[in-house]
Design a protein around this ligand. Structure first.
Ligand SMILES: Cc1cc2nc3c(=O)[nH]c(=O)nc-3n(C[C@H](O)[C@H](O)[C@H](O)COP(=O)(O)OP(=O)(O)OC[C@H]3O[C@@H](n4cnc5c(N)ncnc54)[C@H](O)[C@@H]3O)c2cc1C
Length: 416
């Protein structure tokens, strides 16, 4: 049986960031991941280092709108009928976490991680030679109607350290002259936000840096995890068996069975998301923009405009929904009518907990197994921060923030 000091399970942006950080700290690391970078969520996302996104998905406002959001066929949030029954426990927890008290607590937990997101990404981009892929032009949240303006939401974000300005339609026009003049009544502007010009290219540079850092690679899927007193044993679908002093579970939306094998029941599910792309050199927008009521981002990227987002609750195995792709395209054309034909479309799996807070830290049975999964809408943003915390835990250093809000057991003491 092969041996290693630390086995990192999962090769998305979180697993790769963790593997790199640990290797740079002089650890002997083996990465167990079926594909290299690949076309999963870590490449297909909207590319926003969303350090302003302190609010959880579940808030009192979302809870009030939940029935219409879930069952309106054109809404940015959909549920597949076939998945309703299996998703009921997750939805019940989501509803409970959307109440005012839990939502405020969850926002604080997210904000504590986001405070480090931008500096950690700058440092990681320097490390992997990807500074050229980061842009700092800010992010716009477009109000199409006056009823969408929510000063209380902006105040809540400001109270958690976010810099945001309410801007008028004229100011919006100055920032984005390519936006049709009859679209929008104003916007919220997050001037400091960074975006990634090409998340797929970012993943390739990260994977190359990991390979260059002497991380051993097992191109397989872990099928069994056994945490004993002296070691963790992993068995993989290609027959490989690996003995590690420690393991880090970073398998995104597929982490729940691995955590179960390590002794923890975690209510992880997936919020499926979509993107469509329009190949175009000249882009109508110069920065990332979100029409708030539509739940997607316009993301100007290298050589193409990506339109990414929306949420479909529907599990890990159902095929992509052509209807959800159409909803995305119709929404994009409602804002930017002159878009060309769609060049390609894609669906991916956000790893989501009902409170929108990731699981970071040791399993219940001790720190031989560490968790780094469940980052939901913020996995790209939070990958380097997560890696920093995991590296501190492995080194026995104080990670500098209380980890209780991110513990796998935080759901045990509540009915949901
Ligand atoms: C449409 C959309 C837009 C998004 N936009 C943004 C954004 O702008 N900003 C942001 O911060 N986040 C965004 N996200 C969220 C972000 O993409 C995810 O949170 C992030 O990619 C999750 O990374 P991960 O490494 O945890 O998981 P993944 O990228 O899913 O990687 C998990 C890896 O684990 C591997 N794996 C699974 N099971 C096993 C196993 N048993 N053994 C070994 N390996 C295994 C998988 O093959 C996969 O490669 C978006 C997501 C979507 C869908």
């Amino acid at each position: 049986m092969a041996g290693t000091e630390i086995a990192v399970i999962g090769g998305g942006v979180v697993g790769l960031s963790v593997a790199l950080r640990l290797a740079d700290a002089g650890r002997d690391v083996t990465l167990v991941a079926p594909e290299d970078a690949g076309d999963g969520a870590s490449s297909g996302n909207a590319g926003v280092i969303a350090d302003y996104a302190v609010l959880p998905v579940g808030t009192p406002e979302v809870l009030r709108a939940l029935p219409s959001l879930l069952f309106d066929r054109l809404s940015p949030l959909a549920i597949r009928r076939s998945a309703v029954v299996s998703l009921l426990p997750w939805l019940a927890r989501f509803a409970a976490q959307s109440l005012p008290g839990p939502a405020r607590r969850n926002a604080r937990a997210i904000a504590a991680l986001l405070a480090e997101a931008a500096p950690e990404w700058r440092a990681q981009a320097d490390r992997i030679g990807a500074r050229d892929l980061l842009r700092q032009r800010g992010s716009l949240y477009l109000y199409e109607r006056a009823s969408e303006v929510s000063d209380s939401t902006l105040d809540w974000q400001r109270s958690l350290g976010v810099t945001v300005e309410r801007i008028s339609r004229d100011e919006l026009g100055q920032l984005e002259p390519g936006l049709p003049s009859d679209v929008g009544v104003g916007a919220a502007f997050f001037p400091q936000t960074m975006t990634v010009a090409d998340p797929g290219a970012l993943m390739q540079r990260l994977a190359a840096a990991v390979a260059g850092a002497d991380v051993v690679r097992v191109p397989a899927r872990v099928t069994a995890l056994e945490a004993g007193a002296g070691a963790v044993t992993l068995r993989c679908d290609d027959g490989t068996a690996l003995r590690a002093a420690r393991a880090v579970v970073a398998a995104g939306a597929w982490s729940r069975p691995l955590a179960r094998m390590a002794g923890d029941r975690v209510p992880l599910d997936t919020e499926r998301g979509y993107h469509i792309e329009f190949d175009m050199g000249d882009q109508p927008l110069t920065r990332q923009m979100t029409p708030v009521a539509r739940g997607f981002y316009f993301c100007p990227m290298a050589g193409r405009l990506r339109v990414a987002g929306t949420v479909e609750l529907g599990g890990l195995t159902a095929p992509p929904s052509p209807h959800r792709v159409r909803v995305l395209e119709e929404g994009a054309r409602a804002v930017l009518p002159d878009l060309p034909e769609v060049t390609r479309h894609w669906m991916g799996f956000r790893p989501s907990l009902p409170d929108s807070v990731p699981v970071i830290g040791a399993r219940r049975g001790g720190d031989r197994v560490l968790y780094a999964f469940g980052h939901g809408h913020l996995g790209l943003t939070l990958a380097p921060v997560t890696a920093r915390i995991i590296a501190d835990l492995v080194a026995g250093r104080d990670p500098g923030l209380a980890l209780a809000p991110y513990a796998p057991g935080r759901f045990w003491n509540t009915p949901f």
